[in-house]
Design a protein around this ligand. Structure first.
Ligand code: DGJ
Length: 731
């Protein structure tokens, strides 16, 4: 009772005496076409988030916003801080935790000023400058608002001019505040060959953490991406959904904290785990970007926003072309020679792909790369397998009529390699502990500038010698164990410096080779994030290429990444007919990893036609808007379509994913994204030779209104387990 009275008294004191609400506070509105993030600065200079959601018609109304839709007393007045400093009056999860030069473990951040400028067509950057009143210590919060795409990219930068270094113990990229009645978080988990499994939970009071400590492969167990639905579980086309992702290829931490007032605090950034960063006076620490989009129309709109943003603003040539390819990994593994490869070039040409991709196993001599135990790091052609070198293969492929690309894993080293023998200090390992391997290999220390130069030199050297090389698949098959650098003076910088070192190398390569197609691969989908996708044209979602599995894997990646960047290969992993596997691969950037000579006549004819069809319709799949119609997660079918921006064409994919009796599309499926006022015809694609399409007999013209209100039955059943349809405006 006594305690209650004291609290009540304290709360009266806080709300009435100590911190009166001052009229005329500053409201900083970061707006896109449909979204607003509003930061309020009160008379004490505390920056707080008072709105994240739909943009208000009248910007003046932001001034009316209550402090933060609080449902009770905020003892600290900064539960909704725009960047919560630790150690002072804060009681909740901080965004920033530092030990100042004098050892003081607290921070306070007050508003200094803000500025807004147009940095590109349709891109507005707002920077809010904050400073600790007691120290020459500053944090700037940056918000890039992509107007048309409704995406906000947010990061922070930290600098100081204290007498000595400051120790940064936590340094988030973003700190948001979202009041709602209920919060439903969809996060993803996985492992090798089973990436991106969704799980939706209702958040309860306290913290839910998504994170990784794998060092190189943020995505493997738990990707840095999530969907957050407000008030109700996430729906495809209705309800408020925030899709967020951290653009960082290393250890990350995303925290969701339902605070004592039942509001949601969101913090995202580099994982502070083993990563205290010592910041010298005058230096700046820039955090990676947290990207998010708010949708008032479900997760479908959220995905479309991210796809448009990624194509236009992030992925190299996101609105350009991609090459179809034939990869030899599953066809040969390490067992090949020049003769075998030249035959495969011809097979690739016969099939009709643009490029042949030579995978792992082409290099190393002292410890030849004949399996995955040896040779990584020794990037010279293996003389036994390739006596005439890569240049010869490039020419042979080109004279067969296709381009040539290669696989590299330049961040890694085999314990049995000349590189390791020569430079043991370039390898991440603890001096007094036994080595521990992930896929029989170790990671090079990219925090070391000499290693950065080596990695750059490997790639640049190969490209300089083979200037028409058309493609690089960049793999990364190990995590970091025994994290320790032989050269880094700050061991706790290793995880951060590794990723920054990697980006530095990629930045240099991109400056010299701006249009080279680069595939981001990590033993499958171990590393898929928008930090790396600034440099890579595409990514490899999973080594699991079973047609059925891929429907789920691709479906879940599609929440965040556009189809043009999603490499889908037709392989022999799955037991489904080649038509099914082809139809599934067509939903993104199509390729092959099969023995073409083993295809029978019909399969080959089908594949050749499919490639021609693909080249005719790929612009709709790559640049169109994605609409998910039937989820494989909750039904025996999957159905989704891509609609061109002009709404005059759509490609519609349908699959049977279960095998219960008579399952399939027993009723029409409602289409989405068409123009209700226009007329359309429907044509089946990828019809296997010798079979007939029941759909192509039908010449009916439908209105968009009909197709979206009543729908159309793609006639999927056990005999027609995959059906691809082209919807074309009829004029
Ligand atoms: C893992 C990749 O995901 C595969 O596609 C293949 O390139 C192997 N590495 C080669 O070692």
């Amino acid at each position: 009772m006594i305690r209650f009275t004291i609290l009540l008294f304290a709360s009266l004191l806080f709300s009435t005496t100590a911190f009166p609400t001052a009229p005329g506070d500053t409201h900083i509105a970061i707006e896109t076409q449909h979204t607003a993030l509003v930061i309020r600065v009160d008379k004490d200079g505390d920056p707080t988030v008072v709105h994240l959601g739909k943009r208000l018609r009248n910007a003046g109304d932001y001034g009316l916003l209550p402090e933060n839709s609080k449902r009770g007393e905020d003892y600290t007045r900064i539960y909704n801080s725009a960047y919560t400093p630790a150690g002072g009056r804060n009681l909740l999860e901080p965004a920033l935790q530092v030990a100042h030069a004098d050892g003081n473990p607290s921070s306070d951040l007050r508003y200094v000023r803000h500025e807004t400028k147009n940095v590109a067509d349709g891109v507005v950057l707002t920077t809010v400058y904050l400073k600790d009143p007691q120290y020459p210590f500053e944090v700037s919060l940056h918000y890039k608002a992509y107007q048309k795409e409704d995406v906000i990219e947010q990061w922070s930068s930290i600098r100081h001019t204290e007498k000595k270094a400051v120790r940064l113990q936590k340094y988030a990229s973003a700190n948001l505040y979202i009041p709602a009645q209920k919060y439903y978080l969809t996060h993803f988990h996985g492992d090798w060959a089973k990436e991106m499994n969704p799980e939706e939970i209702q958040l309860t009071a306290g913290l839910k953490v998504l994170d990784t400590k794998l060092g190189t492969r943020a995505d493997l167990f738990q990707p840095p991406s999530f969907l957050l639905a407000l008030n109700q579980p996430a729906e495809e086309e209705t309800g408020e959904v925030i899709a967020g992702t951290l653009a960082w290829s290393g250890n990350y931490k995303i925290e969701f904290e339902v605070d004592p007032l039942r509001n949601l605090r969101l913090l995202a950034g580099i994982n502070p785990y083993a990563s205290e960063y010592t910041l010298a006076p005058g230096k700046e620490f820039v955090t990676p970007a947290f990207l998010f989009t708010y949708s008032g129309a479900g997760k479908g709109q959220a995905s479309r926003n991210l796809h448009r943003w990624a194509r236009k603003h992030r992925i190299p040539q996101g609105e350009g072309n991609r090459l179809t390819l034939l990869n030899n990994w599953e066809a040969t593994y390490f067992d090949f020679n020049e003769e075998k490869l030249t035959a495969l070039f011809k097979d690739g040409k016969k099939l009709g792909v643009d490029l042949f991709l030579l995978d792992d196993g082409w290099f190393a001599n002292k410890y030849p790369r004949n399996d995955d135990h040896t040779g990584l790091g020794d990037w010279q052609e293996n003389k036994q397998k390739l006596p005439h070198g890569l240049g010869y293969l490039v020419k042979e492929a080109e004279s067969a009529g296709i381009k040539f690309g290669i696989w590299l894993e330049p961040e890694m080293v085999s314990p049995k390699s000349e590189l390791y023998e020569k430079h043991p200090d370039w390898v991440i390992k603890l001096p007094n502990r036994a080595e521990y391997y992930f896929r029989n290999q170790l990671v090079l220390d990219l925090s070391n500038p000499k290693v950065q130069d080596f990695v750059y030199g490997v790639v640049d050297g190969i490209l300089a010698k083979n200037p028409t090389l058309g493609y690089i698949k960049w793999d990364c098959n190990a995590v970091i164990y025994n994290a320790y650098s032989a050269t880094n003076p700050n061991q706790s910088h290793l995880y951060v410096d590794y990723v920054q070192g990697l980006y530095k190398v990629l930045e240099q390569l991109r400056a010299k080779y701006p249009t080279l197609p680069l595939m981001l691969c990590s033993g499958g989908g171990g590393r898929v994030d928008y930090g790396a996708l600034k440099y890579f044209t595409e990514f490899w979602p999973s080594d699991n290429t079973d047609g059925l599995e891929r429907i789920f894997i691709q479906w879940n990646y599609s929440y965040f990444y556009p189809s043009i960047a999603t490499c889908n290969h037709i392989t022999d992993w799955g037991k489904q007919p080649i038509k099914f596997r082809t139809d599934v691969a067509m939903m993104g950037k199509m390729g092959y990893d099969i023995v073409v000579s083993k295809l029978d006549e019909k399969e080959l004819a089908f594949s050749q036609d499919a490639l021609k069809t693909y080249s005719r319709v790929k612009d709709v799949i790559w640049q169109g808007d994605l609409f998910r119609l039937v989820s494989p997660q909750t039904s025996d079918m999957a159905s989704l379509m891509y609609v061109s921006e002009k709404q005059d064409r759509a490609i519609w994919f349908n699959y049977l994913v279960g095998n219960r009796y008579r399952e399939g599309s027993q009723a029409p499926i409602r289409l989405k994204g068409l123009d209700p006022a226009r007329k359309y015809t429907i044509q089946e694609l990828n019809v296997f030779p010798g079979t007939n399409s029941p759909i192509n007999r039908n010449q009916t013209v439908y209105s968009g209104d009909y197709l979206m209100t009543v729908g159309f039955n793609p006639q999927v059943d056990a005999r027609r387990a995959s059906v691809v349809l082209e919807v074309t405006e009829s004029k």
